[in-house]
Design a protein around this ligand. Structure first.
Ligand code: ATP
Length: 224
């Protein structure tokens, strides 16, 4: 493995994590332990609570009951959404910006000049020829690869991906899946939602199955 960093050896633990909104239980108390440098795919029908579970795990949302904790120091995390949120500037500048705003919190990211790091990430994800193009005019697949390049620069120990391929054609889906493998090989733990069982079989080490705001199963991928 060509690891860029030591993967989080200590697990992420969700202990009876629940989420109630305006009297409606959207996530029933859920206990989940993610250990090692695995690729965990979260599956289930629309409205099952997949994104909710992931946002709670990432810390974007606070549970209304239970707790989310990393045993040990909280690792560096990044998240890629179904529709990438990109700034109104060039592809290259979207990347240099993320390095600039993380300068204080993550000084280790600034060992090389920002532009050189950003260009190398664009090259890695096949976007170097689009460096100067405004990010928001890129195709859906290109935007998703740019979001992945941005996450790559942050060198996350854990990458959360929320249905990153649901709006993409087969070639773009393959590019995203290859990128997920690349993150995994570099030592990043993956937590990703998908509707696509075949994709889960291609990518997952373990699968979490949700239904109606409830975690029904957490199993190794080969047993799903
Ligand atoms: N922050 C929030 N506040 C209030 N309701 C929410 C919030 N996040 C999600 N919900 C609701 O919780 C339910 C589960 O949503 P979630 O997005 O987790 O489903 P999902 O399994 O990811 O579905 P899909 O496959 O359609 O994306 C939905 O009814 C949604 O409207």
């Amino acid at each position: 493995m060509n690891a860029r960093h030591t993967p989080p050896s200590l697990p992420l633990e969700l202990d009876s994590v629940g989420f109630i909104h305006r009297g409606h239980t959207l996530l029933k108390p859920t206990t989940l332990r993610l250990v090692g440098c695995q690729r965990t795919l979260i599956m289930g029908p629309n409205g099952a609570g997949k994104s909710l579970l992931m946002r709670l795990a990432h810390g974007l949302l606070t549970p209304t009951s239970g707790s989310v904790r990393w045993q040990g120091e909280q690792p560096a995390q990044a998240m890629v959404f179904q529709r990438p949120v990109l700034l109104r500037r060039s592809a290259l500048d979207n990347l240099t910006y993320v390095l600039a705003i993380n300068k204080a919190a993550r000084p280790e990211l600034t060992t090389l000049p920002r532009k050189a790091q950003a260009m190398s990430a664009l090259e890695k994800f096949g976007l170097a020829h689009l460096a100067k193009r405004p990010a928001r005019v890129l195709s859906g697949g290109e935007q998703q690869r740019l979001a992945l390049a941005r996450a790559w620069l942050l060198n996350p120990q854990v990458l959360f991906l929320d249905e990153p391929t649901s709006a993409l054609d087969p070639a773009a889906i393959k590019a995203v899946e290859d990128a997920v493998r690349e993150f995994h090989h570099s030592g990043t733990r993956i937590v990703m939602t998908t509707h696509d069982l075949q994709q889960a079989r291609r990518l997952a080490d373990d699968i979490v199955f949700m239904h109606n705001g409830e975690l029904l199963e957490h199993t190794p991928a080969h047993a799903f």
